[in-house]
Design a protein around this ligand. Structure first.
Ligand code: NAP
Length: 306
């Protein structure tokens, strides 16, 4: 199949990452973009429709949409999923989409991962990573013919994630929070760079490894704090909160206190996997697409005025 006739199907085009991927695919000559949007979100894709993008209205959460999914992925070179949700979405819905891709003879499927190295974690370390590994295991059994490519990027180098959700920094107070010795290397990539690499993988004619890893920068905690200081010109006070074993205890305490409020404890699951080194990317391959020069932590902080 030549690039001039490539159909790329994207689920999650209304999300933070998916909208960036959509924009980049639209700029690629010869790529035809088709997005899958659930009924209640159709208004969000009015601009994409005006830009000539094919829109398929489908609720991936519904198990009775097989025929619609078959039509939605028909003729596609690659299906990308940038959707977010619990196991009903990440495991069940994505498997239905993968099964449709398999029936249609799609070449490549990029599932919603875009995380740190989920394969380095043990079951229970992080409930979201558990779901993504459950999808990966089931995908292996669903269809051997589709090239499933897990794209891993570390933590999003972003004001909402690294400098927000994760709870690693309180920029208002000029503080960063450390458990353990902070000597394990961690990986950081902007949404924009994750989208750039994903758009390249989506149209790549050559086979791509089943786990494809990229990173804007890899730093340990101390390097991360220094990069923030360099980029912002501000100094940060590091609060040492305890050992990694203390972090386990704190996580357990929060979980028992508020089992149904995952935002009380989920960020610590991510931060623990990073600080312990378990989530470190294993084979960063930025060089596969050398025209992409990913943003470093200091560059991001400077450009955002953080
Ligand atoms: N590495 C990191 O630090 C990090 C951080 C955050 C996220 N991520 C990963 O990045 C990926 C994208 O995240 P994001 O931040 O871009 O998410 P997001 O902004 O919340 O977008 C989620 C997308 O999923 C769609 N969606 C949710 N439920 C759906 C359903 N039932 N059926 C169909 N579509 C559904 C949403 O569509 P609607 O418009 O219809 O709601 C939206 O387009 C995910 O894999 C996530 O795990 C990684």
């Amino acid at each position: 199949m030549s690039e001039a006739s490539k159909v790329v199907v994207l689920a999650g085009a209304t999300g933070d990452l998916g909208s960036l991927i959509a924009g980049l695919l639209l700029e690629k000559p010869g790529v035809r973009l088709r997005v899958l949007v659930r009924p209640e979100s159709m208004a969000k894709v009015a601009t994409l429709r005006e830009q000539g993008v094919e829109i398929v209205e489908v609720d991936l959460a519904r198990p009775d949409q097989e025929r619609l999914l078959d039509e939605a992925v028909s003729g596609a070179f690659c299906v990308i999923s940038a959707i977010q949700g619990g196991p009903d979405i990440i495991v069940d819905a994505q498997l239905r989409l993968l099964a449709a891709a398999c029936r249609a003879g799609v070449r490549r499927f990029i599932p919603s991962n875009f995380s740190y190295n989920i394969f380095g974690l043990d079951e229970g370390d992080n409930i979201n990573s558990d779901d993504r590994r459950a999808f990966a295991r089931a995908a292996d059994e669903t269809c051997g013919d589709v090239e499933v490519v897990q794209i891993q990027i570390g933590a999003f180098l972003d004001r909402k994630v690294l400098f927000g959700f994760l709870g690693a920094f309180d920029l208002g107070e000029g503080r960063a929070f450390l458990w353990g010795d902070g000597n394990a290397a961690m990986d950081f990539t902007t949404y924009a760079d994750a989208a750039r690499f994903t758009a390249e993988v989506a149209v790549d004619e050559a086979s791509v490894p089943g786990v494809f890893e990229v990173a804007g920068e890899s730093l340990d905690f101390h390097g991360l704090v220094k990069a923030y200081e360099d980029g912002s010109g501000k100094s940060v006070t590091v609060s040492r909160l305890g050992s990694l074993a203390d972090l386990d205890d704190e996580l357990e305490r929060r979980r028992q206190a508020e089992p149904d409020n995952m935002f009380a404890w989920l960020p610590l699951m991510y931060w623990r996997a990073m600080l312990s080194g378990k989530a470190k990317l294993q084979s960063i391959a930025n060089g596969r697409y050398p025209h992409i020069k990913p943003t470093t932590v200091a560059e991001y902080v400077r450009s955002e005025g953080l």
